[in-house]
Design a protein around this ligand. Structure first.
Ligand code: NAP
Length: 280
């Protein structure tokens, strides 16, 4: 299943592939995992200049060689590089590491010292040149999004990439509704809690296992299906192993019932809206 919004995020699989720390595992296994993910439809690959100082991008560049057209490729600029000239230089470096001539999405990793107007003007210039096909933000709360919209104008911000997993549902309060109102895709990062997934024997783990059993699925597939239950939300689990990629790809076929969703909702309560948007 793919999702659409009006800023170029068309035909993007709802489950993708993250790549933070991918350079710290076995390189050939990571490349095999990324390629297996493409075979299975996990076309959205997320990276950032920050990850391993470009080494994550370089591994992805190797993995997607000869398959660029199958990939929806997203990278991010560090806040301190997000000046008018800095964005351009960072983008050129990322393109070089990734061995490609374009990014499908380019995001401001989090808010930093440079005015949003300057960063966004640089994104727009890169878009005009075809070096990026869309751009967006990351770790933006509702008030940041208001400012971003005022700076960018309507219909320009493609995506907001934010922390979202079963035990951290803060974005459901205001960020998801804001993004849905404005046609901005939400990308859920760290969908497994950055490796803090409920243990099988725990009360929460048992709920996931029960639902998984009923669907002939796995607990991680249930979690991914829950997080992407709204048409505006994509998830980008990171998996450095082929077996993990195959497990995650199974979530593309899983649709939860209203009862399943209510059970997960009860086991992993949303909680109150925090003062500030959580991020890692
Ligand atoms: P995550 O995806 O929540 O969890 C990754 C961990 O889960 C890895 O240890 C991985 O192991 C394991 N895993 C994945 N699939 C599994 C499976 N089916 N069974 C068992 N274990 C499995 O954590 P994350 O890397 O923090 O988040 C995902 C991506 O979001 C990042 O890689 C990055 O691209 C992005 N991100 C963005 C921001 C931001 O500020 N914008 C912040 C954090 C993350 P293996 O690697 O051994 O397979």
């Amino acid at each position: 299943m793919t999702k659409q919004n009006d800023t170029g995020w068309r035909d993007v699989a709802r489950i993708g592939q993250g790549s933070w720390y991918i350079e710290q595992g076995d390189k050939s296994e990571a490349i095999a995992a990324l390629r297996r993910g493409l075979d299975l439809g996990l076309s959205h690959i997320d990276t950032a200049e920050m990850y391993g100082d470009g080494r994550s991008e370089a591994i992805i560049g190797e993995a997607i060689a000869g398959r660029r057209d199958e990939v929806f490729l997203v990278s991010k600029v560090l806040p301190h590089n997000a000046s008018r000239q800095g964005v351009r230089a960072a983008c050129e470096r990322s393109l070089k590491h990734l061995k490609t001539d374009r990014l499908d999405g380019y995001l401001l990793h989090w808010r930093g010292p440079h005015p949003l107007e300057e960063t966004f003007a640089a994104f727009e210039a890169l878009k005009q040149e075809g070096k990026i096909l869309s751009w967006g933000v990351s770790n933006f709360d509702e008030d940041d999004l208001d400012e971003a919209l005022a700076a960018a104008g309507k219909g320009r911000i493609a995506c907001n990439q934010v922390l979202y997993h079963l035990r951290e549902r803060a974005i459901e309060h205001a960020v998801i509704p804001w993004c849905e109102r404005h046609g901005v895709a939400v990308t859920a990062y760290s969908p497994f809690g950055h490796d803090d997934f409920p243990a099988p024997g725990s009360a929460q783990g048992k709920v996931l296992s029960e639902i998984a059993r009923e669907h002939d699925a796995t607990p991680r597939q249930v979690a991914l299906a829950f997080l992407t239950r709204r048409s505006s939300v994509f998830a980008i689990p990171k998996a450095g192993r082929v077996t993990h990629i195959e497990d995650n790809a199974g979530a593309l076929r899983l649709a939860l019932s209203g009862t399943d969703i209510a059970r997960i909702d009860a086991a992993f309560p949303r909680g109150r809206k925090p003062q500030a948007l959580p991020m890692i």
